[in-house]
Design a binder for this molecule. Structure first.
Ligand code: 3H9
Length: 687
């Protein structure tokens, strides 16, 4: 047995088999050592007169999950992956890839270069490079069309999704599938030995196959991909490179692919998307060391939109749910919402009819708080009123087990005050879901003054089970996300008063990449919701225009979509129209406040909105509301439709650089005031 330099690849000789066994936890990424180990194995086994077949397999939890992302920021080192995959394909001894877990990116490219692929039925494959702002860089755009056909390859490379191998079995991608519970190493070895003994094992190179000509309308296809990519370059580049594979040899195709890959690797979009990948994984790592409690039974109080969304999220993740409402009618309405949420999963093919029914069988309804006596965790999701919430928590204190964790889903209210009514405040925390709670990925787990490590660690672990992106935050008005959202909203509202139009603001922000315009979002969620939350706070006298445009809408019954008009007007089908009446109400308010009207460039709108986020994000970090500065970006990527390929507000600040951010903030401070644009600590931007 021989080992490569860092022991990440074992070379094993077993009878007439040469086994290249990659052992590089956690995901067997193709680091320099792994690439070198593969090449060493191919060279060694090909040269041996005894070896009749070479198997590439992996230890730990998965076949290779891709190039080593940690190496991307550094100069590339030999052997380069395209050369490694070519060496595998050109090997004169048959090479077999043995797949399980997720064979992704460069890992799938290694498999495609092998002469045979065998897999567990549960294995998944994919080329997710577009999610990192890249395209496959080691032959994926050239070999995949030759195996699964151009149409399927185009779909897989541009959407970056993972596919179960048994979904692709008709394409000939996999030579032999083994049952999920098979011993893969043993099964692969005996399959290969059988092929050897029957004389059927041959070298068959994907690169030598021609690409099936197809009747794809490329212009149409690329324009659809561009629309779906919403500003991301990689999917469009990937499609163009695949298109070239139709007209070129694999050698030329790989050259185009490599050039495009290297160019994208240097792009700001790829830097942002790779950053997003890293910060999402960092967010789950907290200072909590306690082992979480096991949670099976979850109580949800309130069956409105939020409560039913939360209940749906728990049901789809396998929990038992006890839903509480005040009346049987409210419970029935809640159940209707839950059924609607679940059936939309069935419609989209995410859930079978029997899974739908099984999910529904786990929800239990009651108007009696006593039915929460067996709950491990209770989440209160009633409307935002501190007195009513306090009375709910008092009741919970008496009916729940002592070790039951009590969470409030409040968006703004003081959790310390809520916890004060409970005998054992350490068991009270915030679990702030985002609407619709069964869809939005973000979960703020809120640490109140007395919250126990156990309660917080349990909420973080529950968040993971729900498939949420959980971020630990501290208590302040609006916690991290909504406090920044308020600051962002203030800036948008001020620009309305200064003369930017509703449509101009929304277009400027969506053209920049935000999922929705900020004013269309307010119409969707209801302008009165934020208005009521703000009204519970003292009016900031130093900021006379503070949310005055929104207040004017509410005073005029324009609450948003639900009243058919808000910042926009809506027809019966819900189609949105610009509305002069809304603009004129804002103009009147601006005149009353003595604000001079002026024109805006889109660039100024975006700049001010993003600087407001940066400024508030930095303040939150300084105050210790978030653990690490990158958590701000995780929150904005997952809770507020911030474009992922722009990394988040803090990533944007880092791209601008400390000096430029400082200059821009100084200019805004001079124009408005230091109360609105307070001094912030910028040194963190250098880290
Ligand atoms: C590529 O291949 C380019 C080529 O075409 C061309 C090159 C020339 N590298 O997500 P998890 C780490 S581009 C390094 O929590 P899960 C991750 O950071 C690449 N490290 O687990 C984490 O570390 P830590 C194409 C990686 O079970 C740990 O593994 N491939 C890589 O929920 C566990 O990760 C991809 O884009 C990597 N490639 O999910 C695949 N991948 O514990 C990206 C993961 O220190 N990866 N790590 O925080 C994934 O999608 C998921 O990680 C995976 C596992 C599904 C594999």
């Amino acid at each position: 047995m021989a080992n490569s330099e860092i022991n990440s690849v074992n070379l094993i000789e077993k009878n007439s088999l040469g086994i290249i066994e990659i052992d590089y936890a956690p995901v067997n990424a193709l680091s320099q050592g792994v690439r070198q180990g593969i090449v060493d194995g191919i060279e060694k086994f090909e040269a041996s007169g005894e070896i009749k077949a070479i198997i590439i397999r992996c230890k730990s939890r998965t076949f290779i999950a891709g190039a080593d992302i940690k190496e991307f920021g550094k100069p590339p080192t030999e052997p380069f992956l395209p050369d490694v995959v070519n060496r595998i394909e050109n090997c004169n001894t048959p090479v077999i890839a043995s797949l399980f877990g997720t064979s992704l990116g460069g890992g799938f490219e290694v498999a495609l270069a092998c002469h045979y692929r065998v897999a567990l039925e549960s294995a998944k494959v994919g080329l997710p490079e577009v999610n990192l702002g890249l395209i496959p860089g080691a032959g994926g755009t050239q070999r995949l069309p030759r195996v699964v056909g151009v149409g399927k390859a185009l779909e897989m490379v541009t959407n970056g999704k993972h596919y179960r191998v048994n979904e692709l079995s008709s394409t000939g991608l996999i030579d032999k599938l083994f049952p999920v519970d098979a011993d893969l190493d043993e099964a692969t070895e005996s399959y290969v030995e059988e092929l050897i003994s029957s004389g059927q094992l041959v070298v068959k190179r994907v690169g030598e196959k021609s690409v099936e000509t197809s009747d794809i309308d490329w212009d149409q296809e690329i324009s659809n991909i561009k629309r779906k990519a919403r500003g991301k370059d990689a999917p469009v580049v990937a499609a163009e490179v695949i298109r070239k594979s139709l007209e070129n040899s694999i050698e030329n195709g790989m050259k185009f692919e490599r050039e495009a890959f290297l160019k994208l690797r240097e792009s700001e979009q790829s830097a942002a998307l790779r950053y997003a990948f890293a910060i999402e994984r960092a967010a789950g790592k907290t200072d909590l060391t306690t082992v979480p409690l096991e949670v099976n039974n979850v109580g949800v109080i309130g069956a409105g939109n939020m409560g039913s969304g939360i209940a749906t999220a728990f049901l789809t993740s396998g929990f038992q749910v006890q839903l509480i409402e005040q009346t049987a009618e409210a419970l029935a309405a809640g159940m209707e919402r839950i059924e609607k949420n679940l059936s939309s999963n069935v419609k989209r093919g995410r859930m079978s009819q029997s899974q739908f029914e099984e999910c529904l069988s786990r929800v239990h309804i009651s108007t009696e708080y006593e039915s929460l006596s067996g709950s491990d965790l209770v989440i209160e999701a009633i409307f935002e009123n501190i007195d009513i919430k306090k009375s709910v928590f008092s009741k919970l204190d008496s009916v729940t087990r002592e070790d039951c964790i009590l969470a409030t889903n409040t968006s703004y209210l003081d959790i310390n005050e809520i916890a004060s009514v409970v005998n054992d405040p350490p068991r009270v925390i915030g679990m702030h879901f985002f609407s619709p709670a069964n869809i939005m990925k973000l979960l703020e787990v809120v640490r109140a003054e007395k919250s126990s490590e156990l309660a917080l660690a349990t909420a973080m672990s529950v968040g993971k089970k729900l498939g949420k992106m959980s971020v630990l935050v501290g208590v302040c008005f609006g916690f991290a996300g909504n406090r920044m959202y308020t600051r962002y909203g203030r800036e948008i509202q001020q620009m309305l008063l200064e003369g930017a139009s509703i449509e101009q603001i929304d277009k400027a922000m969506t053209n920049w990449g935000m999922a929705m315009g900020p004013l269309a979002v307010q119409d969707l969620s209801g302008i009165d919701i934020g208005h009521n939350a703000r009204s519970a706070q003292p009016f900031p006298e130093h900021d006379p225009g503070y949310f005055r445009a929104a207040a004017t809408m509410v005073e005029n019954g324009r609450l948003g979509r639900k009243t058919g008009m808000g910042f926009y007007r809506y027809d019966e089908e819900g189609k949105k129209y610009a509305d002069e009446a809304a603009e004129s109400l804002i103009r009147t308010k601006a005149t009353e406040l003595g604000i001079q009207l002026r024109t805006f460039e889109d660039e100024e709108i975006v700049d001010r909105a993003i600087l407001a986020l940066i400024s508030e994000g930095l303040a939150l970090f300084k105050e210790g509301i978030v653990q690490r500065i990158s958590d701000i970006d995780v929150i904005w990527l997952h809770g507020y439709g911030f474009p992922r390929h722009k990394g988040g507000p803090i990533f944007q600040a880092k791209q601008m650089g400390k000096l430029l951010v400082e200059q821009k903030l100084d200019a805004l401070r001079d124009k408005e005031s230091a109360r609105i644009w307070p001094q912030v600590e910028l040194s963190i931007l250098n880290s």
